[in-house]
Design a protein around this ligand. Structure first.
Ligand SMILES: [Zn+2]
Length: 100
């Protein structure tokens, strides 16, 4: 894998999850569906811009969206996002899949 650039086919998760810390918005896309639409060689960084599930930014000026792949965020940033609430129920089920 080329450093700094990974592709749709490199994603191990069956669901691609995105999160924006600015607008606190969660979004998820099934990887299989993305593969059909964009192909396995779609670079992930530009896919973020193509899908862009949040509406902040994109203009010439003003705030820019902090949209990122949730599963690529640092654990503390994931924890921050979860602590703010609003995490989709499916994510919570996924997140706590390991029972203790
Ligand atoms: Zn955003």
């Amino acid at each position: 894998m080329v450093k700094g650039c990974y592709h749709l086919k490199d994603i191990p998760e069956s669901v691609v999850r995105m999160y924006c810390a600015d607008c606190h918005r969660f979004a998820q896309f099934r990887r299989a569906g993305l593969m059909e639409r964009f192909g396995p060689d779609q670079p992930m960084p530009s896919l973020l811009r193509i899908l862009k599930p949040c509406s902040i930014g994109g203009g010439m000026s003003g705030p820019q969206c902090q949209l990122a792949y949730f599963d690529r965020l640092q654990p503390e940033r994931q924890a921050d996002a979860i602590a703010r609430g609003g995490l989709p129920a499916t994510w919570q089920a996924d997140w706590h899949s390991r029972r203790d």
